[in-house]
Design a protein. Structure first.
Length: 416
């Protein structure tokens, strides 16, 4: 049966059984990890559905390969192909040096309005610096289109920054001592519309996936009208009819049920919503690791906490990622291109493989996604891993069998 494209109907994905998925190989180690990912995904889909479902891969181009073939780093036909197929997956991309696009990853997210960056972080048996890594099972939702990410800033001593400083001092009454003449200036916008659509999607995902707690991470004690309003808007979203009787706030839980979430669940509530100050969150994921589940943030906080959380389970080697908008989604490896390892069949393909598993869940193919996760877990339980995984096990006094990138993928398939 010929493969078909994904569609969007009434805001929902329409996924054919035999589907076409565009992929961007990626720069550097993309040449190694992308074929490994495809091997694992094809095996999982075949095993889960016995031929009744399948994926046909369609290569599209961005990064160095696009520059060589098509003369530009991010061709318009690549963006058009993602829009046409709705969902895509990509390896790591190098940002051009010396001008041009500020970041290829950012450019793709902004062009397709992929307003939520989603970073699941889970322990599968890899090395970890903490005592109870099995408690780590977070999904971090980081807003992609507000905050410092949009890059509105001016360097010190430029004509532009002098105009901004004069406006802030003379028109807005900012005291001169807060704005010395040699400062650079950046703008941090926080939009009610953008914040709410991001928070709404995160809460909906949490409910659809049976998560237990959603935490709004912010620095609202200092930045009251950006970070603080982000938290405020989050609670307003929770009051919308869509979430009535499903999401309960920490205050409501205490007032109505004396903090007993089991009692609240008996009345139909599915998800607890709370908020935490950003700096405290970094302590809390270390000291109260199991208290957190879905973490919803503005952009910069999400950038920090997602990498910090990945560090709890051994780093970015097994940290998947996705950028999601209204239907459209691009799944991606979260690490860099590591060009010195390119073509050496050495690096850990786990980030891209788990991103593909996340993609399968997004498509509704949860059985195949579960097979990938279980295959990975069993492979690590047998202490089979790429050099980075074996290195971490040795630090903990455990031996491991070091294998290549492709051999690791094959081991995951064998352990499904």
């Amino acid at each position: 049966m010929s493969a078909e494209k994904i569609g969007i109907q009434d805001g929902q994905l329409s996924v054919p059984d035999h589907v076409r998925i565009p992929y961007i190989e990626g720069d550097g180690v993309g040449v190694d990890i992308t074929p490994a990912m495809q091997l694992v995904v094809e095996a999982a889909v075949s095993k889960a559905y016995d031929g009744s479902r399948s994926i046909e891969w369609v290569e599209i181009f961005a990064g160095e390969k696009a520059k060589e073939k098509l003369g530009e780093y991010l061709p318009q036909e690549t963006l058009a192909a993602i829009r046409e197929h709705v969902v895509a997956i990509k390896g790591p991309l190098t940002t051009p040096v010396g001008g041009g696009i500020r970041s290829l990853n950012v450019a793709i997210r902004q062009a397709l309005d992929l307003y939520s960056c989603v970073r699941p972080v889970k322990w599968y048996g890899q090395g970890s610096p903490i005592k109870r890594p099995e408690l780590v099972d977070y999904v971090i939702w980081r807003e992609n289109t507000d905050d410092v990410y949009i890059g509105i800033e001016w360097p010190s001593d430029s004509n532009e920054v002098l105009k901004v400083l004069n406006f802030l001092r003379n028109e807005m009454g900012v005291p001169p001592e807060k704005l010395p003449s040699d400062c650079s200036v950046g703008i941090k916008p926080a939009s009610e519309y953008k914040s709410k659509r991001h928070i709404r999607k995160a809460l909906r995902w949490a409910l659809d996936n049976g998560r237990r707690v959603a935490t709004l991470m912010h620095k609202g004690n200092i930045q009251k009208f950006t970070e603080g309003y982000f938290a405020r808007w989050g609670y307003e979203v929770a009051e919308e009819p869509e979430f009535a009787g499903l999401v309960i706030t920490e205050g409501e839980l205490q007032e109505r049920y004396k903090g007993d979430m089991e009692q609240a669940k008996a009345d139909g509530y599915k998800l607890l919503l709370n908020d935490r100050i950003a700096d405290n969150m970094f302590q809390q994921i270390l000291t109260r690791t199991g208290d957190y589940d879905v973490i919803i943030t503005m952009n910069l906080n999400g950038d920090y906490i997602s990498d910090a959380a990945a560090g709890l389970v051994g780093g970015l080697g097994l940290a998947p990622g996705a950028n999601i908008g209204d239907g459209y989604a691009v799944f991606e490896a979260t690490h860099g291109t590591a060009p010195k390892y390119a073509g050496k069949d050495k690096v850990n393909p786990g980030s891209l493989i788990l991103s593909a598993a996340f993609m399968l869940s997004y498509l509704g193919w949860r059985e195949a996604a579960a097979l990938i996760e279980e295959g990975l877990r069993r492979t690590l339980a047998d202490r089979i891993g790429t050099y980075d995984l074996v290195r971490e096990w040795k630090k903990e006094g455990m031996e491991g069998q070091e294998v290549s990138c492709l051999a690791f993928a094959r081991a995951i398939v064998a352990h499904m």
